[in-house]
Design a protein around this ligand. Structure first.
Ligand code: ADP
Ligand code: K
Ligand code: ZN
Length: 433
C-alpha cells in the first residue's frame, strides 16, 4: 500500500481534474503576485480561465533557468519575505545562483512528497536512516531529513563526506537505509572494500539515490557491491528539491507526484509537446507550491513519460531514468552523445571500474572525446599489453554501439576524483568561443 493512496492511486481522469483545478489556482496566484508572470501571460494572451482541460497547459509560457537568474534573488517570489520560512539555493556551475524560497505550507508539501519517496522505497518507521546528502543550501540534505523524520525513522544526519566515518557510523548504528548521490554510494562502497568492511553483511538494505544521472548498469553495480536495493529519488531546486518523483518496488520507472507536479515532455527545439512514450525535454509545473511556483519550467532533463498499470498500485505517470541533460550533450563527429550512453557501455566491460570521466578536446576542426576510466587492479598487474588490449576493447565497443570513434585511456588507479556529491563526468577542454 502506498503512503497516501487517496492521491497515489487516484484514477487518472480524477487526478487530471484535480490538476486542472490546481493549475488554475497556481496561474491566478502568480499573475496576481509576480510582475514577471503577469507580463508573460499578457504577452502570451492567456488567462487562468483559459485552462479548461489538462492539455491547455500547452497554452502557457515556459519558464527557464535564466528567468530565475535574471530575477535573483526574490523577483519570482510570490509572497512577502516574512511569509518565507526557508531559503535554499542551487549554486549551478556558472553565473548567479538561483533561489528556492518556501512558505511553511511549502515545507509541508515537500515533506509529504519525500515521505512518499521513503515509503515507496520500503522504508518504515523502525528503520535507521543514514542521510549522506549534503546538508545546507543544497535541497538534498534537508529534504531527505524532513521526509525520514516525518515518517518516524531514526535519522542520522551525517551529511556528505568523511567517508570512513560514514562507514563506522553505519556499522555502529546499524543503518538499514542510506541516502546519498549514486556516485557517493560508489565511493562509500569502494572505501569499505579497501577497509575490509563487508557492507553486504551489515543491516543496510535500501539506498535512496538521486540528484545526478545514473544508468541502470550503475544501479546494478551499486546493488551488487552493497547488497541493497538501490531506489531512485528525482527532483530539482526550482521545484522544491527532491520529491518530484520516486520509484517503487517495480524499479521500472519514476512515478511523478502528480497531485503536486504536472509533467510534460516537449521537443527541446520546437518546444511542441511530444506524444506519451516519446523522448524529449521534461517540463514541470508546480501545483501546490506558494512561495515560488513554477509554470512550465524547462528542466533540460531528457526522458520520456508513460502510463502503465504498475504492480505497486500507483496510478501516477512514470518517467524513464533521466537520459541526460541537454547541457551535457556532446556532439562527436556529428553524433549526439550523452555521458549516460558511455557509462552504460563502460559498465559492460568487465576489466574496468565504474570510475570514469569524459574529456572533450579539439583536434583540428573536430571535437575529440577521450574516455578516461580506471581498470580493475588485475589489468595493471598484467602489464601494458593487457592495458592496450582493454583500451582497444572499449573503443571497439563504443564504435560498435554508437558509431563514433573515441580515445580510451586506462588511467592510474585513483586518478578520477572520488565524488561526495554530484560527480563531475565531463571536462570540456575546448577553447572558449
Ligand atoms: P543543480 O541544477 O545546481 O545541479 P539541483 O540539485 O537542483 O541543482 O539539480 C537538479 C538536477 O539534478 C535535475 O534537473 C537533474 O538533472 C538532476 N537529477 C536529480 N535527480 C536525478 C535523478 N534521480 N536522476 C537523474 N538526474 C537527476
Ligand atoms: K545487507
Ligand atoms: Zn509503481
Amino acid at each position: 500500500m502506498p503512503w497516501n493512496d487517496k492521491y497515489e492511486c487516484m484514477p487518472v481522469k480524477q487526478i487530471q481534474q484535480f490538476q486542472v483545478e490546481k493549475l488554475q489556482e497556481t496561474v491566478q496566484w502568480v499573475i496576481k503576485r509576480v510582475p514577471f508572470y503577469k507580463q508573460k501571460f499578457k504577452e502570451a494572451g492567456v488567462k487562468a480561465t483559459d485552462i479548461k482541460g489538462i492539455e491547455d497547459v500547452a497554452k502557457l509560457p515556459f519558464t527557464e533557468k535564466n528567468d530565475l537568474r535574471d530575477n535573483y534573488p526574490f523577483g519570482l517570489c510570490a509572497v512577502p519575505l516574512k511569509e518565507v520560512v526557508r531559503i535554499h539555493a542551487s549554486s549551478g556551475t556558472t553565473g548567479k545562483p538561483i533561489t528556492g524560497p518556501y512558505t511553511a505550507d511549502d515545507l509541508a508539501q515537500w515533506t509529504e512528497c519525500m515521505v512518499r519517496n521513503f515509503y515507496a522505497a520500503g522504508v518504515r518507521p523502525e528503520h535507521v536512516v543514514q542521510n549522506a546528502y549534503g546538508h545546507g543550501l543544497f535541497t538534498g540534505g534537508l529534504g531527505f531529513h524532513q521526509g525520514a523524520t516525518a515518517l518516524g525513522c531514526t535519522v542520522v544526519p551525517t551529511s556528505a563526506g568523511l567517508t570512513e566515518r560514514q562507514i563506522t557510523l553505519m556499522q555502529d548504528f546499524g543503518a538499514q537505509v542510506l541516502c546519498c548521490t549514486p556516485s557517493y554510494a560508489l565511493t562509500i562502497a569502494e572505501r569499505a572494500e579497501e577497509l575490509k568492511v563487508d557492507i553486504k553483511s551489515l543491516p543496510l538494505s535500501i539506498g535512496i539515490f538521486g540528484a545526478e544521472p545514473w544508468t541502470v548498469g550503475m544501479r546494478e553495480e551499486i546493488e551488487a557491491r552493497m547488497g541493497i536495493k538501490a531506489m531512485e529519488a528525482y527532483g530539482l531546486t526550482e521545484l522544491g528539491g527532491p520529491g518530484v518523483g520516486f520509484d517503487c518496488e517495480a524499479q521500472s520507472g519514476i512515478h511523478i507526484n502528480e497531485d503536486h507536479y504536472l509533467a510534460e515532455v516537449v521537443d527541446p527545439v520546437t518546444l511542441e509537446p511530444v506524444p506519451l512514450g516519446e523522448k524529449g525535454e521534461l517540463i514541470f509545473t508546480s501545483l501546490q507550491r506558494r512561495a515560488m511556483p513554477m509554470i512550465r519550467y524547462r528542466t533540460k532533463d531528457i526522458t520520456r513519460l508513460y502510463r502503465e498499470k504498475c504492480v505497486c498500485g500507483r496510478t501516477f505517470v512514470k518517467m524513464d531514468k533521466i537520459f541526460g541533460r541537454t547541457d551535457d550533450m556532446l556532439i562527436i563527429s556529428g553524433v549526439n552523445v550523452f555521458p549516460s550512453q558511455i557509462e552504460s557501455l563502460l559498465l559492460d566491460i568487465e576489466e574496468v571500474t565504474p570510475q570514469y570521466r569524459l574529456v572533450v578536446r579539439k583536434k583540428g576542426y573536430l571535437d575529440q572525446l577521450v574516455v578516461q576510466v580506471e581498470g580493475k587492479p588485475e589489468v595493471y598487474e598484467a602489464g601494458d599489453r593487457k592495458k592496450f588490449e582493454v583500451e582497444a576493447k572499449i573503443m571497439a565497443h563504443i564504435r560498435g554501439h554508437m558509431g563514433i570513434s573515441v580515445e580510451a585511456n586506462l588511467v592510474d588507479p585513483k586518478f578520477i576524483a572520488r565524488s561526495e556529491g554530484k560527480a563531475l563526468r565531463v571536462v570540456d577542454e575546448r577553447p572558449k568561443q
